[in-house]
Write a protein that binds this ligand. Sequence first.
Ligand code: ADP
Length: 208
Amino acid sequence: MTENNVILLGPPASGKGTQARKLADHLGVPCLGTGKLLRNEIDKGSPVGLEAKGYIERGSYVPDEIILKMVSEWLSGHSDGWLMDGFPRTIPQAEALQQTAKPTRVIALDVPQDELEFRITKRRECTSCGATVAVNCSQDHTCPECGKETLISRADDALESFKARYQNYEELTVPLFDYYDSLGMLSKVDGTKSPKEVFAEILKIVEG
Ligand code: ADP
């Protein structure tokens, strides 16, 4: 049986990270989140982290060379059967992936811009368990997943940075829809539904 090599595409705050965690658990495959990996490198103060920090805080994409080096290192430790959240994000990244490890299915989460802006102001990340959650009040630091007082706002979740990221997404990532559609791999999912409903849609696609 061919292993599932799945890519999740979607704008910032579309729910990719949440769905990726659930799907990787369900399928029992490793998940590569390039945004998370970059934030870890920044926290470690590594050379890659130092280089990536400015781009991320400005809301720019990190240059393809840096991303491709990181991804090829990750792929060298993982055979078929994986999930990618946040990669590829540009046509050159997709073309490079096609040369090394071919995806079998690409799922694009569809969420309109005004809903994304609403979500981004409520989004928090837990530094203890890694969950991404929504808060009702900006003073709320308790993680609903693990109960610890360790919820933080991501440095790149300011509205201005979001707008820059969204523009990059439209210019550089949306062309991947046509790219993967022409390879017969693309499926779109309505990402405005509840996380549970979105997950059920994704499973239908992946498990056919
Ligand atoms: P989001 O989907 O909300 O933008 P991510 O955690 O996936 O969040 O990514 C955070 C940031 O990391 C991006 O805005 C971008 O600067 C950088 N990044 C992550 N993956 C890539 C990639 N494949 N190519 C270029 N930049 C990337």
